[in-house]
Ligand binder design. Structure first.
Ligand code: CDP
Length: 229
């Protein structure tokens, strides 16, 4: 079987990351969460007073972009990969609502996208990688052999995200989560550079009514077809 690139794009909280990580584990591929990279840059901006109250100081962030180093620590025992900002583990902090509410404006900045896209392309240079995000099949790896576009209703996505956050002991309401999902969907799909779009050759996975096991069967069958072509 040849090594390929698997691009999984889709709306916020559609379960992309969980399925991409599990798929990578099953087939022995590297998994990269590109959203975590945008989240890490956002955390940098917040910590350095360049983002607050829903606004990002674009010029200041672009000026200091060279000081932002995003990398990943190898997966730990439960297969979780940790995101590092300038060498420090920020995996928990980047999942906060404060970061979620500022990440889409940060991800609209061309210079931020250029820098992270380059890094993502380097990570995939040897193939054998599963990467999830918004523009992986369209902008980062337009030639990826396998592309999946994940969709589910905003309400179902908010319900799942809320459960995940409650599980972590975070105090948020369903309304707050749903509003954030709708806002990010809007910014992500209407921005000028690399908007969230289904690539013409992507396979659509609507997982509203699918169990995780059904989803994995669907992905593995597609992978076996594509990697044997
Ligand atoms: O966890 P969730 O699915 O809600 O989002 P994420 O994958 O962590 O991505 C967070 C945000 O980063 C998105 O809402 C986008 O604004 C941005 N992003 C992007 O612009 N391009 C990517 N390839 C990945 C994420």
């Amino acid at each position: 079987m040849k090594k390929i690139i698997i691009a999984i794009d889709g709306y916020s909280s559609s379960g992309k990351s969980t399925m991409a990580r599990e798929l990578a584990r099953r087939i022995g591929y590297i998994y990269v969460d590109s959203g975590a990279m945008y989240r890490a840059v956002t955390l940098f901006a917040i910590r350095n007073g360049m983002a607050a109250d829903g606004k990002v100081d674009r010029d200041a962030l672009v000026k200091h972009l060279d000081e932002v180093n995003v990398s990943f620590a190898p997966a730990d025992a439960d297969g979780m990969q940790h995101t590092l900002l300038n060498g420090i583990d920020v995996e928990n902090e980047i999942r906060d609502m404060a970061v979620s509410s500022l990440v889409s404006p940060v991800a609209e900045i061309g210079e931020v996208r250029e820098r992270l896209t380059r890094l993502q392309q380097e990570l995939g240079s040897e193939k054998g990688i599963v990467m999830d995000g918004r523009d992986i099949g369209t902008a980062v790896f337009p030639d990826a052999e396998m592309k999946v576009f994940v969709d589910a209703s905003p309400e179902e996505r908010a319900r799942r995200r809320l459960l995940e956050m409650e599980h972590k002991g975070l105090d948020v309401s369903y309304e707050e989560v749903l509003a954030n999902i709708r806002e990010r969907d809007h910014i992500d799909s209407t921005r000028k550079i690399a908007p969230l779009r289904k690539a013409p050759d992507a396979h659509v996975l609507n997982n509203d009514k699918m169990t995780p096991a059904q989803q994995m069967d669907w992905l593995l069958s597609l992978y076996h077809v594509v990697s044997n072509e």
